[in-house]
Design a protein around this ligand. Structure first.
Ligand code: ZN
Length: 86
C-alpha cells in the first residue's frame, strides 16, 4: 500500500495517508477543514524541477566565459611554486 504525502495549501499542514491507487486523493484538510489538500508526488518533485532550472541558468553563465580549463591548470601549479621558491 503506497503512502501518499499531502500538504494543505491553506494552513501548511502536512500529513501522510495510506491509500490504494484506486482511492480518490484526499482534499479536505483535517486541521482547517478547507478543501486545500494537495498530494505531493514523488516526494517533492516540484522542488527538484526548481533546482534543475537554477542549475541550467548557472551553467549558461559559466559556458559564456569559456575559461574553465585555465583555472584548473593554475591550481595544479600553485602547490609546486612555493616549494621551488624555498
Ligand atoms: Zn489546512
Amino acid at each position: 500500500m503506497p503512502t501518499y504525502e499531502y500538504i494543505c495549501t491553506k494552513c501548511g499542514h502536512e500529513m501522510e495517508a495510506f491509500q490504494s491507487m484506486k482511492d480518490e486523493p484526499l482534499k479536505v484538510c483535517p486541521t482547517c477543514r478547507k478543501r486545500a489538500l494537495k498530494r505531493k508526488v514523488g516526494g517533492g518533485a516540484g522542488l527538484i524541477f526548481k533546482g534543475t532550472g537554477f542549475y541550467i541558468t548557472d551553467y549558461k553563465k559559466k559556458s559564456g566565459s569559456a575559461d574553465s580549463p585555465s583555472p584548473a591548470k593554475s591550481t595544479e601549479t600553485k602547490p609546486a611554486a612555493p616549494t621551488a621558491a624555498k
